[in-house]
Design a protein around this ligand. Structure first.
Ligand code: FE2
Length: 385
């Protein structure tokens, strides 16, 4: 297994000479299966600043499901709900609660992406399907990753429409403004005990990804709990999927809590990038989004020291960051600002991270301890620590 520990981000070098059999152009969309898509859509518009974009349902000829598509800059969210009890959408929600079903990847050639990954051991979710309307055609094909989560390959080079054939434009009179979210920075999966390396190998073998950062339980732990994490990236570095696994600790870790409530492996958090985290978080707080508690004073006292160690100067006012609960981490290349929401549904499962990168390409390892202690305070309240 090719593994580079904590130091080298030189993905170009890792891939030098290698043929990328699965070139990925970016994240195409993320589809959630939810209990009530109409209400979820309202929530993501109001609180997260997404805009109405496309719709498919009874009015467009669908019989068993409804999907609302929301957009903010490069991010497309699809919220899908079942219209009857026989739907696989409903079954998914019954077992997992609201959660991410599909992480769709934009590709040049969906058929080839499907064939190459199936050949390398992927389990099929959907064979290549060509969907057409007056704006052209889209080819889609899907494979399963961890749990019941799916990677859908989307080829849209022969399509001029907004989203996908079968969807109509969604025009709404209710249009809250954007909060400045730009694109998906990374998406993290939680997998079961002892399964992290299985999925690391799966991403290497089936998807041609590399493991470019690893954190073991000695690096990621609090007094009570621990976890392990490995970051997988595709060849051009556009797609990053860290994978977490619980580790033994004195008490129940947040990963175990997730696995218990999601009833299996699944997407733990979606990190979205902004160019102005202060503006974004000020606005999201105003709109009712709850974030994990602000780290203690000692944390903010140590920030200047951590930045100085790497010769970086903080542009933002640290008191403003502290007031909003935004955390700071630094590495050789720069620093990053990040904050985490509380779970966005009643089961303590999926949450969001908002991140602003100021040169750093890491994931906030220096914040793990403060972050996990904050999560543990929430677990304590839920009685699940
Ligand atoms: Fe993250």
């Amino acid at each position: 297994m090719k593994e580079v520990k904590n130091v080298d981000y030189g993905l170009e070098k890792i891939f030098e000479g290698a043929q990328d059999f699965l070139p990925l152009l970016g994240t195409d969309y993320v589809e959630f299966y939810v209990g009530n898509a109409k209400q979820s859509a309202h929530f993501y518009k109001t609180a997260f600043g997404f805009q109405s974009y496309a719709y498919a349902g009874l009015e467009t000829g669908l019989k068993d499901r409804v999907s609302y598509v929301l957009k903010q800059d490069k991010i497309r969210l699809v919220l899908t709900t079942a219209l009857n009890s026989k739907s696989e959408v409903g079954e998914h929600v019954k077992k997992h609660g609201d959660g991410v079903k599909i992480v769709a990847l934009w590709v040049e050639d969906a058929r080839k992406s499907y064939e190459e990954t199936i050949k390398r051991g992927a389990k099929s979710y959907m064979e290549p399907v060509v969907e057409k309307d007056k704006d052209g055609e889209v080819v889609r094909a899907g494979i399963y990753t961890y749990g019941e989560t799916v990677h859908m390959f989307v080829e849209r080079k022969n399509y001029n429409g907004d989203f996908l054939p079968g969807f109509k434009k969604w025009e709404s009179d209710y249009n809250p403004s954007s909060v400045g979210l730009k694109y998906i920075d990374h998406m993290v999966g939680n997998v079961g005990w002892g399964e992290m390396n299985t999925w690391v190998k799966w991403y290497e073998d089936v998807m041609g990804f590399v493991n470019f950062l690893s954190f073991d339980d000695k690096q990621i732990h609090t007094e009570y709990s621990a976890l392990m994490s490995k970051v997988m990236s595709n060849g051009n570095g556009r797609i990053k999927f860290p994978i977490n696994e619980p580790a033994e600790g004195k008490k129940r870790s947040q990963i175990e809590e997730y696995l218990d409530f999601y009833e299996g492996s699944g997407v733990q958090h979606i990190a979205v990038a902004t160019n102005d985290i202060i503006g974004t978080i000020t606005e999201m707080r105003k709109r009712g989004i709850e974030f994990l508690s602000t780290p203690p004073d000692e944390y903010y006292k140590s920030v200047p020291i951590r930045l100085e160690e790497h010769n970086h100067k903080l542009i933002e006012d640290i008191e403003v960051l502290k007031g909003l609960g935004i955390m700071i981490d630094a590495d050789e290349e720069g620093y990053l600002l990040q904050i985490f929401t509380k779970p966005v549904e009643d089961r303590p499962t999926l949450f969001f991270e908002i991140i602003q990168r100021m040169g750093a390409r890491g994931f906030g390892a220096g914040n793990f301890k403060a972050l996990f202690e904050s999560i543990e305070r929430e677990q304590q309240k839920r009685g699940t620590l």
